[in-house]
Design a binder for this molecule. Structure first.
Ligand SMILES: NC(=O)CCC(=O)C(=O)O
Length: 266
């Protein structure tokens, strides 16, 4: 299976419309890939909080329609990263979209863990409530977004729902790049799954982005890693590697669910 991870540079000097067109053309160029993945909130920038409300779109807005067409043009499965969704009741969400090679929407995932503690996304956006998996012919994707990477229980839920390839679009800052790499490998090892984690490049809203998109196999080995700038990172992997790893080293079978809460030990 061949995946193209497109690490987009989010530059405040480029308008959202121009970036959308540029990204659509980059996706259309990926004919021959099985799966293309884009980063988190690439139209506006994950830290551009002040622009979230102005750039919010309905689920079926300009980003949706352009990405649906780009997926069909290239004939690829497209994880189109995320955009700021304005729901019918006015709530904003950090929403990811997945399209089939025919340009049909296969899934929408609203980010469950919002970043920012008491500001930014955490106070401006609603939280998603639903785990989302997407069955491709070759593998089942489990969807998560950026800060979600820090919450292992979410990924266990995805694995229990059948996920074999964990896809994580992000807008991860350079300042915490070590966490990004470490957590991507940890999620792959503990879940015996492929991890495709795609970040942004450049600096927006004063936050330098880490780039360094990464593909990790179920044994935790790094298959491919991008640099800091805009880049299309191509990775080939064998989806059967998940079953093979889970059979050869069946640690997932040793989980102890439903343990009693701690007692005083006396
Ligand atoms: N956009 C995000 O979710 C940023 C997450 C982050 O910076 C971190 O977890 O660290």
């Amino acid at each position: 299976m061949r995946a193209s991870l497109i690490q987009i540079a989010v530059d405040p000097d480029e308008s959202v419309n121009s970036r959308r067109d540029r990204v659509a053309s980059l996706v259309s160029d990926q004919r021959g890939a099985d799966l293309v993945v884009l980063p988190e909130l690439w139209p506006v920038g994950a830290f551009a909080y002040t622009a979230f409300a102005d750039e919010a779109e309905p689920l079926r807005g300009p980003t949706h329609d352009l990405m649906a067409k780009a997926a069909a043009d290239a004939g690829v499965w497209l994880h189109a990263g995320s955009f700021v969704e304005r729901a019918d009741d006015g709530t904003l969400y950090n929403t990811s979209l997945v399209f089939t090679p025919e340009g049909e929407r296969a899934a929408a995932y609203r980010k469950i863990h919002r970043f920012g503690f008491d500001k930014g996304e955490a106070v401006m956006m609603g939280a998603g409530e639903d785990l989302v998996t997407v069955a491709l012919p070759q593998t089942t994707l489990g969807l998560a977004t950026c800060y979600d990477l820090r919450f292992p229980e979410l990924f266990r839920g995805l694995v229990d729902a059948g996920a074999q390839t964990l896809v994580i679009p992000a807008g991860w800052p350079e300042r915490r790049r070590a966490h990004w790499t470490l957590l991507a490998q940890a999620r792959a090892v503990e879940n015996q799954a492929y991890v495709l984690a795609v970040g942004t490049a450049g600096t927006h809203a004063g936050v330098e982005q880490a780039g360094h998109s990464i593909a990790v196999d179920p044994w935790g080995e790094v298959l491919a890693e991008a640099g800091a700038g805009e880049e299309v990172l191509t990775v080939e992997f064998d989806p059967a590697g998940v079953t093979a790893t889970r059979e050869q080293f069946p640690a997932l079978k040793d989980r102890r669910l439903g343990l009693a809460p701690p007692s005083s030990g006396r």
